[in-house]
Design a protein around this ligand. Sequence first.
Ligand SMILES: [Zn+2]
Length: 162
Amino acid sequence: MTATKDDVIVRRLARLCLKWGGELRRVSSDEYDRWMARRFSYSEAPFSSNMIGVAWKKKWVITSGTILWTDVIHEMGHVFASKKSPETSDEWAFFGWEYALVKHVRGPFDVWKENNKDYAVNDGGLFGHLRADQIATLLKERTGAARELGLLDKRGRPVAIR
Ligand SMILES: [Zn+2]
């Protein structure tokens, strides 16, 4: 079986998880259900239609069934780019980090944009409703914010902060 472009991106992300001391774990649906039952150590992504979430303390992104690389990137943000657990994290703080990771693993920007169309940006509007020039301004601003927070290296690549 030949690997699809999505598979290649997921593999790049899985390698980064390992490099950063975590793991992208693909589990059976039974095992996933067991994680779901662990309310104190597992946080499921609330807006994804796929089975994905994080065991934040372990630095694991856990997923079952269909896997969407854009979801993996967001969950990796919770694990590696936030010192707060998903329940209390400020997601907006690592939006620029997510964008940097998209570029780093060479994920198609249009796919990332489409899959984040319902993401509520800072002023409460939806990412998918922004014009191209507004998106460009926003990503520049978020990239700057991520850099200030120490989430990017000098070359603009995403780093892990925990
Ligand atoms: Zn989230």
